[in-house]
Design a protein around this ligand. Structure first.
Ligand code: GDP
Ligand code: MG
Length: 834
């Protein structure tokens, strides 16, 4: 607990003093150090300051300050240590437990995007967070615990930021975290191959006056580039200990953790607080501001007056908010305004620019003394590759080529394991078919669960392959290039290249893609990107494509598949244009696109990322899909009879009697006649089952919507499949597998594809004609691509946009467009084919 929470007349022992800089010095000088006992003398609620007794002296602390002192109370001590004699806790025990608790260290990882924070986090903690070679993967902070040399460490992976100026949501988040949560140590992860830019963030951490350890990551690249860095020297210059690391291989992490503990225990010789020199004029302004800030309140516990002054001169709105709490806020703001005006007039530049320039000057100076550039071979290669893949003319077809390769591989490579899985599923099906008595349970198992779940699970290999390629493109850095070449195009539809990455993520799953839009600065940009992501064909739609494409477009599957994805992209573009003209009417704000150097990702990383998604898919099959499959099976299984049941029984009896008399008349043809009779009976049974399904609950639902989808070439069973796909689109396939199993002929293959090819209309004017033609299949594919994404996506849009309005718009708009496009495809196709 915190000292501020301790009640009057209680004695506790200090386990940790948080906060930093001047505050920390003052507080330790007063005697507030780890292991010392403190008695609370007066702590009236709402009263500030609070009175304490420490080391025999009476001292008072502001509540805000007391909040930064962590203590162990006798009750809490029980968690840390076994009481020696029945329940009583003496001072010694309390002190020991304070020692144990004091060994809990909170560590925040801060650094630029792509500097390897997540890799380091994973290596240190054994977690499996996704690493990728573009910004915007980590939005929230992830936490992990580990034990190291008798300490309990909590690691927090903060979002990647170039600075802490609170310009983007990630920056704001990281900065708030560092200031409000007061981590004990900030590990500043720095990309060694790009020191100059990465150290910018370091300068801000220096200004904040907190305990920092610098992880000089990608040290291998610095060495490979032939550069030389005097690590010791740079550390001394910055006042921050530096440990070289190679996070992707796990090298240097041990040393880093040891150093963290040294710094925490205040026994590292390098640590010192330095002041970056902002130049004579700026320093004068800082002094002036510090003076008024100190008049308002004694130096605030969580941020030094120098830091606050600098942030004010930087025109930082967040700091202005902090200042509003000061009794002399007006005076401080007036001084800040006056000083900014003075500076800008003197130096003829924006005061924030002046601060930035000074920081870069500081970095340049530090590097000049410690760093010598090598011949940068790696970047030469990067430049060569970039010349090609971001080329004005070749860039785009190359991108298409990569995508085509991805989709073709998804198909061809996926076909082999798919056969194996299919064989396995049939084997299990046969086992139950032969080994179980007929009845409802058997029907549920075979026609419901195995058929339905099996038809979805066979696509796991395809989905894994798709994810493998997408992860590989992300991890190498190619995705950032794809975003770059798309930037111009994206501008044409009123979006930035930056929106492209969430869009590509949408190919995997729309839900995280919509969440990834959080990295977009402008709210309209965000909303618009969110609304067009459902057009990016997610992996749940892939099973539907594969079934229908391999059944009806077997000659050029990759091309049709890519065509669907492209149609989705085109619709996204069209929608963006439309909404931009009508709903948003936004202006563009310019911004720079990063091109991180290429990296060969480790196979392990890429496989790991692929597997994360794959296991999510399996979980979905075990959850939502299983439930839906059982529900759909039940809707189809009941009621057991139909109005025509009597009619069929009668017909069967008549057939039997008829054939019996024929056999009696011509016993020499008995064998032939029996075969003929069985075939007629089989067809009657099938027709009976069809009519029963038509009368089942699901059949009635399908019939009800049939008029609406008939113009698209669909029958009621396809309608049912589409309805069933609302929770998740894979269910479209498993529903078809359940609905079309009536023809299940043990002689035939169990493949759904083959069933679809031979399926015929069971009612209406087309009875007996093939249900699916390539045209109908196409129309169906288009509909599945576009209509209602899934319940999770709608819920995510609602949550991320903060209103039902946008979620409902998505529901109505996507389904409307789906109907229209499928209608167009079917009707125009019919006209052409005749
Ligand atoms: P984050 O954005 O800071 O979380 O960075 P990630 O951990 O996602 O890493 C970005 C990329 O850099 C990944 O492809 C990593 O495999 C790679 N990477 C991480 N550390 C190193 C390193 O020390 N050396 C090299 N060569 N690559 C690294
Ligand atoms: Mg990360």
């Amino acid at each position: 607990m915190r000292l501020s929470e301790v009640n009057e007349n209680h004695t506790v022992v200090i386990s940790k003093v948080m906060g930093h800089g001047a505050f920390r010095r003052r507080i330790t000088e007063m005697g507030f150090v780890r292991g010392k006992e403190v008695k609370v003398l007066k702590n009236a609620p709402l009263r500030d300051p609070v009175e304490y007794q420490v080391m025999g002296y009476h001292v008072s602390l502001r509540r805000e300050e007391a909040r930064l002192i962590e203590v162990v109370s006798p009750e809490e001590a029980l968690h840390y240590i076994e009481p020696t004699y029945d329940g009583t806790i003496d001072l010694e025990t309390l002190k020991t437990s304070a020692g144990v608790k004091g060994k809990e260290i909170n560590i925040a990882l801060a650094g630029n995007p792509n500097c390897g924070k997540t890799s380091l986090f994973n290596r240190a903690s054994g977690a499996k967070e996704h690493v990728g070679n573009y910004s915007g993967v980590t939005i929230d902070a992830t936490k992990a615990n580990l034990h190291w040399k008798g300490y309990s460490l909590t690691l927090i992976d903060l979002p990647g930021t170039y600075s802490l100026t609170a310009y983007t949501p990630e920056e704001l988040y990281s900065r708030k975290y560092i200031i409000d949560e007061t981590p004990d140590i900030v590990v500043n992860v720095v990309d060694a191959s790009n020191l100059e830019r990465n150290l910018y963030l370091t300068t801000q951490l220096i200004d904040m006056d907190i305990k920092v350890v610098l992880a000089l990551n990608m040290y291998d690249e610095l060495v490979a580039g032939g550069a030389k860095l005097d690590i010791e020297k740079l550390g001394k210059l910055l006042g921050i200990p530096i440990i070289p690391t190679m996070a992707n291989k796990g090298i240097g992490i041990d040393k880093l953790l040891n150093k963290v503990i040294d710094v925490y225990e205040e026994r590292d010789p390098i640590v010192r607080h330095i002041h970056i020199n902002y130049g004579a004029e700026m320093e004068k302004s800082i002094k002036a501001l510090q003076k008024v800030i100190r008049e308002g309140k004694p130096a605030p516990a969580r941020a030094s007056s120098r830091y606050l002054s600098l942030r004010l001169l930087d025109k930082d709105p967040e700091t202005t908010k902090i200042i509003d709490d000061f009794p002399n806020a007006a005076q401080i703001n007036a001084t800040a305004k006056k000083e900014i005006e003075r500076l800008e007039e003197r130096l003829d530049d924006d005061s924030s620019h002046l601060i930035t320039d000074a920081k870069y000057g500081f970095i340049a100076g530090a590097l000049k003394e410690s760093y010598s550039k090598g011949v940068r071979r790696r970047h030469a290669i990067t430049e060569q590759i970039d010349k090609l893949v971001t080329h004005k003319i070749y860039g785009f077809p190359l991108f298409l080529l990569f995508m085509l390769a991805t989709f073709s591989a998804t198909f061809t490579l996926g076909a082999y394991p798919m056969d194996w899985i299919n064989a396995g599923i049939s084997w299990i099906g046969d086992l139950i078919r032969n080994g179980m008595p007929n009845g409802m349970l058997k029907d549920l198992l075979i026609n419901g669960i195995i058929n339905g779940v099996g038809s979805v699970i066979v696509f796991l290999p395809n989905i894994l392959i798709l994810f493998f390629f997408l992860s590989f493109m992300e991890d190498t850095g190619y995705m950032a290039r794809a975003a770059f070449i798309m930037d111009k195009l994206m501008h044409k539809i009123g979006l930035h290249g930056r929106s492209f990455i969430p869009m590509v993520m949408g190919f995997g799953c729309n839900v995280p893609a919509i969440m990834a839009t959080r990295t977009l600065r402008n709210r309209n940009d965000r909303l618009l990107t969110m609304l067009i992501i459902p057009f990016m064909s997610c992996s749940a739609r892939l099973p539907v494509y594969i079934v229908l494409i391999s059944a009806f477009f077997g000659k050029y599957p990759g091309l049709v598949l890519m065509g669907l994805y492209l149609l989705g992209i085109l619709l996204a573009v069209g929608t963006a244009k439309l909404f931009n003209r009508t709903i948003f009417k936004q202006k563009e704000t310019p911004f720079v696109m990063e091109l991180p150097p290429y990296r060969m990702p480790t196979l392990k990383n890429t496989l790991l990322h692929m597997w994360e998604k794959g296991s999510q898919y399996l979980r979905k099959i075990g959850g939502t899909i299983l439930v839906a499959v059982i529900a759909i099976w039940a809707l189809e299984y009941f009621p057991r009879t139909s109005p025509q049941a009597e009619h069929f029984i009668q017909q069967k009896q008549e057939t039997s009697t008829l054939f019996q008399s024929k056999i009696n008349a011509h016993p020499e043809h008995a064998e032939l006649l029996i075969a003929e009779r069985d075939s007629v009976l089989h067809h009657l049974t099938m027709a009976e089952e069809s009519s029963r399904i038509e009368n089942s609950y699901i059949g009635r639902m399908g019939k009800a919507i049939e008029p609406a989808i008939r113009p698209l070439g669909f029958d009621w069973r396809m309608g049912v499949s589409l309805l069933a796909g609302l929770p998740a689109k894979e269910i479209v396939v498993s529903t078809m597998a359940i609905l079309f199993q009536v023809n299940d002929d043990p002689e035939n293959s169990h493949l759904l594809q083959e069933k679809l090819q031979t399926e015929r209309y069971t009612s209406g004017p087309n009875t007996g004609k093939p249900l699916f033609t390539p045209l109908v299949a196409l129309s169906f594919l288009i509909f599945v691509l576009i209509y209602f994404p899934c319940i999770a996506v709608i819920a995510t849009i609602r949550r991320e946009s903060g209103s039902w309005k946008w979620a409902l718009l998505t529901v109505v708009y996507t389904t409307g467009v789906a109907w229209f496009m499928a209608f167009l495809a079917y009707q125009v196709g019919t006209l052409i084919i005749g």
